[in-house]
Ligand binder design. Structure first.
Ligand code: F6R
Length: 616
């Protein structure tokens, strides 16, 4: 939530800031603003409520003088509504200092009162302005921007990334972070700061992590990182694994459509280099290898779509590795005194690696003696840093707020983990592992088939459903998390009321919701699976049809049993039971996107949301 970019260097600062903000806009789009130290030595700022485009148009209509030092911000509002006045940057030291912030300063009311008592005046309702005024006061006293920020962060409670610049310090931007993201981009004669590497990847792929409670000062020729006490700290450089073009729309009408089309590739990339000769090899897990050999319980913590991926992981991990698995929403987990021990593995699943609820749950698990593994997409993000080991999904940047390709890649990573533990513990023989590995390796090609055969069909009928007020999703076994995911996507981007249910639960209450015309989407397991689920789901469909429901079935190619009871059948190829949901979810992603598009909605930036939820 909130995107932050900072720049010092010879190029057009306004261009660098706007380019960086464009790539960070997924983090929040309530307002945008920049501050630039002009070549004339003046601090110029411009900020506007609404999406970045409004600020960009404003800057075209009335250009701001450019310079070589600047900071930029895109906001997801917390304290104070999305207005021009509440947009960042905020000013201190009589307008000579500019500051931007991501996070929440929890003790701002008390600090504000203190500043008011000293005669300072406020021009916004934000918590951020107290930091701008406080840093300004200390800078006036010391003339040292890094020291001023250090003194102020010592007084702040809550989570924050702050970037600050001052008119009297050209070529200097100082940043500080506590439980909010910040990464350094290392250039030649120029340096960058960003909420994530997307902010600067078009200029440099060399990046450096900054730890919690650290302060960074960038100049065109140098980067200095210290802890909050002022001691130098070790840093870690890394190379960004993807090109700037990966975060471009590249001719697609939306990032969501592009990212759905990348679902096959996302699975393939997660598997790349990790499966050989029917075996799984995960060298990244060496640090927790001993625990994995004897692990007696796994707790998966995640939020939203990542939690549904975790639910699917439970089916596979328990079936293959024979380890009990609990899946918990991160924000519930740490407030209920969970039982953890040194033989518990806590697996966090997070695309962004920055979700505050999940980060706090990871820290909590560590404090309670559990070992932690992060399944993550974003290099240089906080959750992997805080974990004992990390399994990157390598899905490439996911820009649309609604998570799609990360979901299938997260499921794939959890399945790899399940097979790895099964190999270690000998709960599956080599042939059984090889059979599952083969299934996994076949998924990208099958996903290509799903996209090819369903995208056009769904695009044709989805607009006819534009007036739909409510949609129910049903699934059994691994179809259940997919039903939840389908419902979440529809709520999130099409603003249509939707609920996902375990089909077996229907008769325990939800069937009362069925009235003539109610749209129900059902995940139908293959009749060829060696279980009795297919006829049960077909019976569930008959029960709701008898009560007037309109049914869309997601069913295997050749499953004729569903035809008499469905208004529409979307076909997916055969896959073994645990792999079917990776195929079945794609039509639901497409369905939500097409319905939202038919309603004229912005599928990439749905209202009230931000991609990376860095506040609790
Ligand atoms: C839904 C969605 C969210 C995220 C959730 C966790 O489409 O994107 O529910 O899955 O906010 O985010 P990460 O994976 O970044 O921790």
């Amino acid at each position: 939530m909130c995107g932050i970019v900072g720049y010092v260097g010879p190029n057009s600062t306004i261009d660098v800031l706007l380019g960086g903000l464009k790539r960070l806009e997924y983090r929040g789009y309530d307002s945008a603003g920049i501050a630039v130290l002009t070549d004339g030595g003046e601090l110029g700022t411009r900020k506007r409520a609404g999406k970045l485009g409004i600020l960009a148009e404003d800057l075209t209509a009335a250009p701001l003088n450019d310079g070589h030092t600047g900071i930029g911000h895109t906001r997801w509002a917390t304290h104070g509504g999305p207005t021009d006045g509440n947009a960042h940057p905020h000013l201190g030291d009589g307008g000579k200092l500019a500051l931007i912030h991501n996070g929440i300063i929890e003790n701002f009311a008390e600090l504000k009162q203190e500043l008011l008592d000293r005669g300072e005046t406020f021009s916004s309702e934000t918590d951020t302005e107290v930091a701008a005024l406080l840093v300004g006061e200390v800078f006036r006293e010391t003339g040292d921007l890094t020291q001023a920020l250090r003194r102020v962060v010592a007084r702040l409670e809550g989570a924050f990334t702050l970037l600050v610049m001052h008119q009297d310090r050209p070529g200097v931007v100082v940043g500080a972070r506590r439980n909010s993201p910040l990464v350094i981009g290392l250039g030649e004669g120029e340096n960058f700061l960003g909420s994530d590497v997307a902010a600067f990847v078009e200029h440099t792929k060399r990046a450096m992590e900054i730890g919690q409670d650290q302060i960074v000062t960038i100049t065109p020729d140098g980067v200095e990182v210290t802890d909050f006490a002022g001691n130098e700290v070790p840093t870690r450089e890394f190379e960004v694994a993807w090109d700037a073009s990966a975060a471009e729309k590249g001719g697609w009408p939306s990032f969501m459509k592009k990212e759905i089309s990348e679902e096959p590739e996302a699975v393939a990339k997660t598997l790349l280099g990790r499966v050989h000769d029917g075996r799984v090899t995960l060298p990244e897990l060496a640090a927790i290898g001993e625990l994995l050999d004897g692990v007696d319980r796994i707790v998966v913590i995640a939020c939203g779509t990542a939690a549904y991926a975790g639910m699917l992981g439970k089916y596979a991990l328990e079936a293959w590795a024979r380890v009990p698995v609990d899946v918990e929403l991160s924000h519930e987990f740490r407030y209920r005194d969970p039982v953890l021990s040194p033989t518990t593995l806590v697996v966090s699943v997070s695309q962004s690696g920055e979700t505050m609820d999940t980060l706090m749950a990871v820290k909590y698990a560590k404090e309670r003696g559990a070992r932690t593994l992060s399944i993550c997409n974003t290099q240089g993000s906080t959750i992997p840093r805080e974990s004992d080991a990390v399994l990157y999904i390598h899905a490439g940047p996911e820009v649309a707020v609604a998570s799609t390709k990360a979901f299938v890649a997260q499921v794939t990573a959890l399945y790899l983990l399940g097979l790895d533990i099964a190999q270690r513990r000998g709960t599956m023989d080599a042939d059984a592992v090889a059979a599952q590995v083969e299934e996994l390796q076949n998924i990208p090609a099958k996903l290509d088939q799903v996209l090819e055969s369903t995208a056009t069909r769904i695009a044709e009928f989805a607009p006819w459903l534009g007036d739909t007020q409510s949609v129910l999703f049903l699934g059994r076994h691994v179809g259940y998390p997919v039903a939840l995911e389908g419902a979440l996507k529809l709520k999130e981007i099409a603003y249509i009321h939707a609920e996902g249910f375990a089909a077996g639960e229907l008769k325990h209450g939800p069937i009362a919701l069925i009235e003539p015309g109610q749209l129900v989407i059902v995940l139908v397991p293959s009749p060829r699976h060696d279980d009795s689920l297919h006829p049960k789901v077909v019976s569930n469909i008959q029960e709701i049809r008898a009560r007037g429901a309109r049914v869309i079935a997601i069913a295997e190619v050749g499953d004729v049993a569903v035809v008499p009871y469905a208004d529409e059948v979307i076909r997916i190829p055969f896959a073994a039971p645990l792999f079917e949901p990776i195929l079945g979810v794609v039509p639901l992603h497409i369905f939500a996107m097409e319905l939202a598009s038919a309603k004229g909605l912005d599928v990439d930036q749905p209202r009230n949301l931000a991609k990376s939820v860095t506040v609790e």
